[in-house]
Write a protein that binds this ligand. Sequence first.
Ligand code: ARG
Length: 562
Amino acid sequence: MDLKLILTDVLKSQVLHSMSSEEIYAMIETPKFSHLGDLAFPCFQLAKHMKKAPPLIAKEVAETLHSSYFSKVEAVGPYVNIKFNSETTGKEIISELLSNGKQFGTHTFGRDKTIVLDMSSPNIAKPFSMGHLRSTVIGNSLATIAEKCGFTSVKINYIGDWGTQFGKLIVAYKKWGDPQKVKENPIGELFTLYKKFHHEAEEDPSLEEEGRKSFKLLEDGDEEITALWKWFKDESLKAFKDIYALLGIEFDSYNGEAFFNDKMEEIVELLQAQQLLETSQGAKVVRIEDENIPPCLIKKSDGATLYATRDLAAALYRQREYSFDEALYVVGHEQTIHFKQVKKVLEKLGYNWAEHMKHIPFGLYLKEGKKMSTRKGRVILLQDVLKEAIDMAEENIKLKNPNLKDAKKVAKDVGVGAIIFHDLKSDRLNDIEFSLENMLTFEGETGPYVQYTYARTQSLLRKAGVSTPFTFDGLDDAASWEVIKQLRLFPEIVEKAWKNYAPSIIAKYLVDTAQSFNSYYGKTKIISQDASLPSRLALVHAVASVLSEGLGLLGMNTPSEM
Ligand code: ARG
């Protein structure tokens, strides 16, 4: 039951007959201060049409509106403020929530539609960076939200395992590599070799040429080089999978760039056949009519393919394999031009589905205001961050709850949760200043704060010793009504988070919900033996259900004690 919907119906049937429900619904606002009312209807937009001043319209509307759901309707300036009858309305809201359980907030508008998400996609032989963390957790959350909206989601980890850099790495390994060292610390050692290559190449440019040649050999399937590449890849994947296990994230596909090595010719031929390929300094390019977008490089002068060539082949493959309704690329904003190029080229080839490809960019993690660069060594390793967060959570448990069962598991849920939440609560496009300290505060607007609130609900329910079913018969205090109104927003929040591809909307909502519950908890003795006890416990249960479902949409676990 949606309060806005009730108000919409009443407004439509009693005053705004000629407007559509969607229009009315979209106009309804939530007042800044709850003492003004639960909802407000602004009359500005009606003024032009009705040729009257908004305050006058508000007064007339307020005099006309009536419903058993409302306890007060009042014109304040250009607004009509509406207060709902909290007892009866609250009863309907909570009963509906409780009877739907985990289904509360679920939508059907995504039914029979498939969303493909290109996400995480780290590069082998390089450390898993904080940037890849963003793509991983944002992508995972969007996939979970998509499922909640009824879509089928396909999570693709498009591993960066192809390209000239692997030619360079192989040259470096052959010149300076030590197999034993690589076995002991694959990613660290390979990355060191890669950095050494760049260093040496500054003195000796012929190395670059060697690197290009050895990538060409890899593309042509040279046995020795392929075996080395495969070894590097297997070792890297092992390390990445440890991280995914910690984060609790699984993928539907690991088809990375190399998977498309034998699938690019088709794209090149299609472009050729439609006379879209031009030669520019020996390379093959597709010119794009937009002045702001440089030509898309398809083949280098030595015939080697490029990042864009592989993305073109991958898009075509995914459309055939999944017939997606939408393909999201969760990738940092520094690749905006690349995705514009890929999309334009596919459009030129006449593929209408290209319009459903969307780049979902996000900001960078900065270190002292500067971009973190792998080459310059200003890089922070996710593995270290995760470990530190879990250790801190464990310390905290030792201090506050030394007898906690499963302390290790809880520390993992809380430490990892802190990092996920810190990432998802900020608006996707903002850069985030990297600060372990901020990430690991377990107070304020943080993941652990919301998890802690959930644990509090569980401890209340344990103390009360109740088992389901819960019945809610209405509560008449103002604090509980605030909690109820907050809970009924959940379905709307889920929809909004999806439509804006913004997990941050859910993260912020959960902080608000936790705050509103904690303020109720501070004002009310929940476990006291009176007639309203079952209703209070039912409300606690409803809060728990929304918090755990919401945190789940962000990819976080909810320990029942911490
Ligand atoms: N591996 C790339 C990187 O780390 C990201 C790949 C993004 N996805 C894509 N389809 N291009 O920069």
